[in-house]
Design a binder for this molecule. Structure first.
Ligand SMILES: Nc1nc2c(ncn2[C@@H]2O[C@H](COP(=O)(O)OP(=O)(O)OP(=O)(O)O)[C@@H](O)[C@H]2O)c(=O)[nH]1
Ligand SMILES: [Mg+2]
Length: 225
């Protein structure tokens, strides 16, 4: 067996003795690094399209039927900026009957897609409560978080003005993106922007250009629309 200690000692020895070819072969025995795991939670009122967005991102398909979710989890590997990462998505229930169990789900989340429907002002209002609950449970104002206005294909039924969405995102210092789970518009962008922010946070690096700077956010930088 090739233990980590053996590996370290032998690489050091070979390096000191300029045995580059042998060093290469010793290095190839290093166990492959596991891809970083990012835990994403879908939150938002019932019927806004959390499951439809998740299924579109996972399997490239749109589900017309509405079947309220209890809680479903998904796993997917993606290559983000040249690095393979693993994403766990927890698709939670928007229906009020399940509100009591949300705290437990939120606790395990490392990043949140907070979804409302641009056709339903009540679902936009509800994002306020979801945000508060997440901040309370996570106790971290800088938790990676994306505000998502879904059903952008239903522009003629729009009842939440774009300015109001941008204003809220600016107030919260989070990015805003409009998606359509039906046409797939901006679906990858929403998930990947969030994952990029989670990655940056884990590395302790500055957030990606997609994410607005914390605490000082000018209006245009908040919108990914
Ligand atoms: N036109 C249109 N319909 C959508 C879109 N996203 C979801 N829907 C429809 O809206 C309904 C509800 O979608 P779901 O994804 O099940 O909603 P949900 O947020 O998961 O709801 P809960 O599981 O109850 O929390 C379904 O009939 C979907 O087909 C969209 O982007 N455009
Ligand atoms: Mg659902």
């Amino acid at each position: 067996m090739f233990s980590a200690i053996t590996y370290e000692l032998s690489s050091k020895f070979l390096e000191e003795h300029k045995c580059t070819r042998l060093l290469g072969s010793a290095m190839s025995k290093k166990p492959a690094a596991q891809p970083t795991l990012h835990k994403v939670i879908m939150v938002g009122s019932g019927g806004v399209g959390k499951s439809a967005l998740t299924l579109q991102f996972m399997y490239d398909e749109f589900v017309e039927d509405y079947e309220p979710t209890k809680a479903d989890s998904y796993r997917k590997k993606v290559v983000l900026d040249g690095e393979e990462v693993q994403i766990d998505i927890l698709d939670t229930a928007g229906q009020e009957d399940y509100a009591a169990i949300r705290d437990n789900y939120f606790r395990s989340g490392e990043g949140f897609l907070c979804v409302f429907s641009i056709t339903e002002p009540e679902s936009f209002d509800a994002t306020q409560e979801f945000r508060e609950q997440i901040l309370r449970v996570k106790n971290d104002e800088n938790i990676p978080f994306l505000l998502v206005g879904n059903k952008s294909d239903l522009g003629d039924k729009r009842r939440v003005p774009l300015d109001a969405c941008r204003e809220r995102a600016q107030l919260w210092q989070v990015p805003y993106v409009e998606t359509s789970a039906k046409t797939r518009d901006n679906v990858d962008k929403a998930f990947l922007s969030l994952i990029r922010a989670m990655s940056a946070q884990k590395r302790g690096a500055a957030p990606s250009p997609d994410a607005p700077p914390r605490r000082r956010c000018a209006a245009p930088c908040c919108a990914l629309v």
